[in-house]
Every structure is written in structure tokens, then in C-alpha cells.
Design a protein around this ligand. Sequence first.
Ligand SMILES: Nc1ncnc2c1ncn2[C@@H]1O[C@H](COP(=O)(O)OP(=O)(O)OP(=O)(O)O)[C@@H](O)[C@H]1O
Length: 559
Amino acid sequence: MNMMKQLLSQSGRTVCLALVLSLCSAAAGITIVGGVNQALDSGVTDIGQTLVYYLGLVGLLFCCGIGSQVLLVGLGHKLVYRLRADLVQRILNTPLVKQEALGAPALYNVLTRDVTMVANAIKQLPISLYNGLLLAVGLVYLAWLSPLLFGFLVMLVGLAVWGDILLAGRIKSMMQEVRRLDDDLFRQYEAVVEGRNELGLSHPRRQFQFQQRFEPTAQQARDTAIKAEVLWAINLNWTTLLVFVLIGLVFVAGTLLESVSQEALVGYVLAIMFLRTPIAMILEAIPAVIRGNVALSAIEHLELSQSSQSLSDNAVPVTKPVTFQSLELRHAEYHYPTQGGESGFQLGPIDFKAQAGELIFLIGGNGSGKSTLAKLLTGLYLPTVGEVALNGHLLTPENAEQHRSYFGAIFPNFFLFDDVLDEQGNLDNPRVQHYLKRLAIDHKVSVDGGSLSTKALSQGQRKRLALLLLYMEDRQVLLLDEWAADQDPLFREVFYREILPELKQADKTVIAISHDDKYFDAADRLYKLDQGQIRPYVVGRDSLFEEMSEPSVRIAQDV
Ligand SMILES: Nc1ncnc2c1ncn2[C@@H]1O[C@H](COP(=O)(O)OP(=O)(O)OP(=O)(O)O)[C@@H](O)[C@H]1O
């Protein structure tokens, strides 16, 4: 709810104006009801004047009603827009480690389902506010008409409202359960979409995925949602019935109590009938509001970054990087958080230094910590213990953005963007043609207006495009995590024998994670990771994997 308060506080003036207009409209409506009641009781003396008053009030009701609705509808959509923008910016500003812990399904759930739920709740805002005010003005009128009957009415309505509050609490916990199940469902959707190849090949797995994983969760979500909605629908009908019971009881009480005039009685019946619609509309809006509330709590529960650093203006958050000189790790460690009672992987302590213009290979077995080290070097992870320093400046949460601006990286799970941006963030840089040719991909892809013509390519070709994007960004330090793994032997040769030396010549510092022992001689220095520990690797002296035979290639310059 804090998020909603923040968003609403930015529209204080609109809310106030809409409130005043709604109040005027509601007051005009109740005055018409009161006037009709009075006319029924005492008749009309001046028909012309009465007609003028009547038309004036109808006009006021219409204009103020329209005015408040226009303001509130606009406000509702602006709130949804701000919520979306705020959420996307908060995700973009959330540290990688937190995003990885949350997982993609949870983030998609928030961005799609939760935002829609909040949007639906916000849509109820104009209707509920208007009807709430109408109800409030109506109650003031009833209190004025007969305080005695009003006391009686408050007692009865109080009971009904108490029942509604209890029921709303029960429905809220059901909707929280539906929301929890939705998180599970999004994980199932991810398996269905991302696992399309495996599922396409295996009928038993498809059946298992559908019957054992998807169906039970979807059915439970369906049943809980139906239960909640039906409970509220029963309550809605019960409340409508209560209005008629109320009229009857007021009528009986009024006839029994001598101090209550006939005019007050008729006024009560008229006003309660008139207020029936706003009451029903408010009650109808409540489930959507509860769902929105549950969705907002779910968004807040993710504990995304609170940073509201705007990405929509042109302000550049970091100063232009100076010339890269060195990158150093001093007793640096990175600990993954404990998961399911098991302590996370621990990288380090590591001491490591890369100088400008060096070409360094990181090697090691699966799970030895190479990619973790890459994320630590690039500033995507901050060290748990020890220090990371670039040009002698220690990496801190405050300067992490500046640190990262030196790096370009391709990780194994890279994402290929449609747009080819240059170092200034501009599209349509003519250099792109040269690199398309260099990466031997110009026959498959063109870049038009800064956008890739296609991404429907093989994995090796997609990696070449990722390298194209990296070339265009022209960062000083490049981190290539098993880039060559998907290349054919011919282009692998081009990569190690031509592209890497060219990058070195262009004063780039390259840290490449590689399993290609055939090309270890291309590196200036080699480091091997083993269970989170690093040590220099000497070709010929050290074995790549303990069980493997001695590699035959020697590097030009041993460490
Ligand atoms: N996002 C994560 N959350 C928690 N633990 C992780 C995460 N990513 C990796 N790990 C743990 O860190 C260890 C090292 O992973 P890392 O990806 O750094 O290995 P790697 O050397 O790059 O392996 P590979 O050669 O298979 O890519 C893994 O064994 C895993 O247990």
C-alpha cells in the first residue's frame, strides 16, 4: 500500500478536485431526492421556479458527475502507467543477485498479472469514490431527516458492515492463496514455453507436465477463486435483500414511534431506495480492490530496489570512463546465499590482476566458479569479502554503475536485443556493416535503422550477433564466457587466431572463459579455477582436468 500512497500523493490536486466535484454531484442528487420528497408531502406552489431549481440541480449533477469521472478515469490510467514505469525501473535497478534469487517467473507474474490486478482495482476508484460520497451525503441527509431513525439504521447497517468486513478478510486470505498458486503456475508456463523441444519429443513428459504439474495447481487456483467469488456474490445478494428488510424495519419502527413524521418516513424509504445502487456498486468493487491489494502486497514482498533513478530522462548516470589500466581482486570472495538449508557455493578468496591490453583465459571444470568470477570482475556481483578495484578505485554499491561501464560481456545465457546501439546509445552507426562482414554473418542478417533484420538463427550465429552488439558498444574490457563453444571449427579458428589478436591490437583487455585447450597458446596468461579457488595455469605442466591427459599445446608466455 505504501507504493499506492506514494503514487497517489503525486496526484494530490487532481484527487482533491475530483473529490469536490463528486461531493457537489452527490449533494445535487440527494437534494433532488429531498426536493421530490418535500414536493410529495407539501405540494408545489410555484411550478416555474421549481422547474428552474430542478433543471439547475440536474445540470449540476450531470456536469459535476462528468467532471469528476473524467478526472478520476484519467487519474486511474495515470496511476497504472506510473505503477508500470515504477515497477520496470525498480526491476532494472535491482541487483542481479536479487533478480536471480527471485527468478524470471516471479518477475513475469508481477509485471503481467499483478499489474493487471492493480489496474482493475484502480479502475474501481472513480466509481467507488463517487458512490462512497453519494452514500455519505445520503447518510447525512437521513441523519438530518430523523436522528432517531438514523440511530436505528446505524445499528442495522453496522451489523451488516461488520459481517462484510469479516467476509472480506476471509476472501482476502483466499485470494492470497490464489496469488501464491499463480506463482507456481508461472513456473509451469516457463517449463511449457522454454521446454518446448523436450516436451515436443516426449509424450510421457508432456503428460506428466500437464497432469502432475500444471493441472493440480490450476484446478486448486480455479476452485479457490470460485469459492471466494461465490461467497462475495452471496453476500451481494444478501445485502440487496437487507436493503428491503431495512425499508420494512424502518417503516415499522417509524409507525411505532410517534415522534417520527410521515414526511421523514417517506424520505427514508425514498433515500434508501436511491442509495441501493451506490451500495451495490461499492460492494461489487470490493473483490477487485482486495485482489489489487493482494497484488500490491505481492509486489512489495519481492523487495525490489527502492531506487527511483529515472531512466526516462537524458541524464547520464555515470561519468565517461577514463582509460582502463587495471582490474584487481584482493582476497575477494563471493558467497551465494544458502538455499533450502544447503550453504551456497563460495568463490575465493581470490587474488588476481589484469592489466590493460592483456588477453587472459580462465579455464576450469563445470561449476568451478568461472562465470561467478566473471560477474564479480564486471561488478554484476559485489564481493562478500575482500576487494575489487578498477584503476585502483574500490568497487562499492555506489560506484558499481561506473565500474560496469568499462565492461562488455557475453554470458552463456546471453539475451540478444533487437537494437544495435553504439557506445553513445545511438542506433544506425555505419560501423555495423564492417562488423557484420567481420563476423561472416552479413549474408544472413542486415541491420536496418539500427535493428537486426532477424534473430531466427542458429545458436552459433546468435552468438556472433551478440559479439556484434559488443563490438558496437566499444567497451574497454571484454568478458567472453565460453563464446567459442557454439562456433564451427572454422570460425573458432578465426576467433582465436584473428578476432582475439585484433581486439588486443585495438587496446582491448579481454578475459575469455574457454575450454578450447587447442588455443590456449593464444592467451597472454591462463588461470584455472577449481572449486572456487584460482591459480595460474601452465600449459604442459598442469593438467586441464585431473583425469585428462597432458595438453600438448604450450603457450607463448608462461606465467
Ligand atoms: N544464481 C545462482 N545462485 C546460486 N548458486 C549459483 C548460482 N549460479 C551458480 N551457482 C553455484 O555456483 C557454482 C559455480 O557456478 P558457475 O556458473 O560460476 O560455474 P562455471 O565454472 O561457470 O561452470 P560451467 O563451466 O558449467 O559454466 C555452481 O556449482 C552453483 O552451485
